[in-house]
Design a protein around this ligand. Structure first.
Ligand SMILES: C[S@@+](CC[C@H](N)C(=O)[O-])C[C@H]1O[C@@H](n2cnc3c(N)ncnc32)[C@H](O)[C@@H]1O
Length: 292
């Protein structure tokens, strides 16, 4: 990996004593890439906020629909940033499931990206066991250094930089991303990735929001934020729905537009997708933008 330059993303190290968002997420999805510290914290969150597991499933469900839609639009390569551990229902599974359904050869390439070294190591094992190493790869890279991230993705030789890409930013951008000076850098990092994408690419975003939700749901999200912020696994930021939408910049919004995630093309849900329901649909906003 290229050396990080001053002013770019700070390095990430493995902390065995604090839960990791990637491994807690894996625990909620029924995976095995998690440790006692992650399960204990995951259970503490669920005891107080059972909603959390449903939020995780709702992001996966949106990913399922967005990937299927993009494949139908001709996308054959995905860059999944903040992918965590791509256990069942991950991007490569969804794309290959659609290929089988439509009797096409499985040809979609996927580059997973995460900055959690444990998630990356588990992804390697998982892709060895259940992926196709000619089409699926993972890189240890950081959203906060988008140029290096892009470079590493291209170096896998699975991401063809001149061919349209499906960029996935699912359940990632509400995690605060301080740069080396402590400044939030999500908008700038996403803008840089949009710039790097070739014409014809798509960007899918899903993001938790407390904007306009009923008072009791707002109180739940505030409690959840407090617990997550205290955990040491990274702070969260529930942006407003306009704040989230603005992350797509001037990309053209794909129909049906910018919506609560559960309302985005429900008819596209693949047969193996795990379904869920939320107490209030506006908790997760989602949309897909197209460049050009
Ligand atoms: C909540 S999980 C979402 C996992 C997956 N996208 C999904 O929806 O199932 C967020 C993931 O983003 C990763 N992540 C957080 N900050 C990151 C960064 N700056 N660069 C790359 N990955 C990051 C975490 O390690 C974690 O695996």
């Amino acid at each position: 990996m290229p050396e990080r330059q001053p002013g770019s993303a700070p390095s990430v190290t493995v902390h065995l004593e604090t839960p990791s968002i990637a491994r807690v997420h894996d625990y909620y999805l029924g995976g095995t890439a998690n440790w006692e510290v992650d399960r204990a914290f995951g259970d503490e969150v669920l005891d107080r906020f059972p909603l959390m597991r449903r939020i995780v499933f709702a992001h996966r469900l949106f990913l399922n629909r967005a990937v299927r839609h993009m494949v139908r639009q001709g996308i054959r390569q995905f860059l999944d940033v903040g992918s965590g551990v791509p256990n069942a229902g991950a991007t490569h599974d969804v794309a290959d499931e659609l290929a089988r359904e439509t009797r096409r050869p499985p040809e979609t390439r996927v580059v997973y990206v995460d900055n959690d070294p444990v998630a990356v190591a588990h992804t390697e094992l998982l892709l060895d066991a259940r992926g196709d190493r000619c089409r699926h790869a993972v890189v240890d890279a950081d959203l906060r250094d988008p140029d290096a991230l892009w470079q590493l993705a291209v170096e896998t030789e699975l991401l063809e930089p001149a061919e349209p890409v499906g960029l996935l930013l699912i359940g990632l951008l509400h995690l605060r991303q301080p740069d080396a000076e402590g400044q939030e850098c999500v908008p700038a990092a996403v803008a840089k990735l949009r710039e790097l994408l070739p014409m014809g690419s798509f960007v899918a975003i899903s993001h938790v929001s407390d904007d306009g939700v009923p008072e009791d749901v707002g109180a739940t999200l505030a409690g959840l934020k407090e617990l997550l912020d205290r955990s040491g696994s990274g702070d969260v930021h529930w942006r407003s729905r306009c704040g989230i939408r603005s992350l797509l910049g001037d990309l053209r919004l794909v129909d049906p537009g910018w919506l609560p995630a559960t309302e985005w093309r429900p008819e596209e849900t693949g047969p193996s997708a795990r379904t869920t329901s939320l107490p209030c649909e506006e908790i997760i906003w989602a949309g897909v933008g197209r460049k050009g």
